[in-house]
Design a protein around this ligand. Structure first.
Ligand SMILES: C[S@@+](CC[C@H](N)C(=O)[O-])C[C@H]1O[C@@H](n2cnc3c(N)ncnc32)[C@H](O)[C@@H]1O
Length: 206
């Protein structure tokens, strides 16, 4: 199953109404994650930030109001990028690309974030290595996503996502993501559950 192609098609289809449909499966989870990321970043000094799987740029709308910095968004879906560009968010640039091939120099960013996108990646470990590469030493990676563990995760990953064909690929719970990030080389400096399903984990590159 080509999850990347399915994600691209799914979000190209959703792009025009993604922001306005504030429901499960559209932007509800993304808005919860983005608000949490923005709140966390209120107390973080940074001069530039990359949002991987940025979608329609909802996060940058929040962030540019609280800190003047350079904001770069990358997304697989050209239609989501079109919506983001149409907002003319100050100090923000958007490009189409893939989470496992980030078109940036080594150590280019102070902060990398990823909101409700990671579970779409068929190459999650590669994406984590790319994130580490583009982060400066002591840079932060904030991953906010949805997922449960146990039978629910097994059912979603092995049955439901194959039927939905929406590009959802692999969900896991917060503890499992923490372990994955640790194994990739991040130090976990914060981790919290936002709802029964949504969580944020913050890792630091040492
Ligand atoms: C649920 S949306 C979240 C958008 C935004 N981050 C938010 O929180 O509202 C998931 C986004 O991840 C993007 N995406 C999926 N797979 C991707 C990949 N392999 N590389 C980059 N972006 C990807 C999709 O195109 C989509 O815009």
């Amino acid at each position: 199953m080509d999850y990347e192609k399915l994600s691209q098609e799914h979000f190209d289809r959703q792009a025009a109404e993604y922001d306005s449909r504030d429901t499960f499966y559209y932007s509800r989870e993304g808005k919860i994650s983005c608000c949490d990321i923005a709140q966390y970043l209120q107390n973080v000094e940074y001069s530039n930030l990359l949002d991987v799987g940025c979608g329609t740029g909802f996060l940058f709308d929040l962030l540019q109001k609280q800190r003047a910095a350079e904001y770069v968004g990358l997304d697989l879906s050209s239609k989501m990028i079109e919506v983001a560009l149409s907002k003319n968010i100050p100090n923000a640039t958007f490009i189409q690309g893939k989470a496992n091939r980030l078109p940036f120099e080594d150590q280019a960013f102070d902060v990398v974030v990823c909101s409700q996108s990671f579970h779409h990646y068929p190459y999650q470990n590669e994406a984590l290595q790319e994130t580490l590469r583009v982060l400066r030493p002591r840079g932060l990676f904030i991953l906010s996503d949805s997922g449960l563990g146990g039978f629910s995760a097994w059912f979603d990953n092995n049955i439901l996502f194959k039927l939905l064909r929406s590009g959802d690929c692999y969900i896991q719970n917060r503890k499992s993501v923490e372990k994955q990030m640790k194994n990739a080389g991040f130090e976990i400096i914060d981790s919290r559950q936002l709802t029964w399903m949504i969580y944020t984990v913050v890792g630091r590159k040492n």
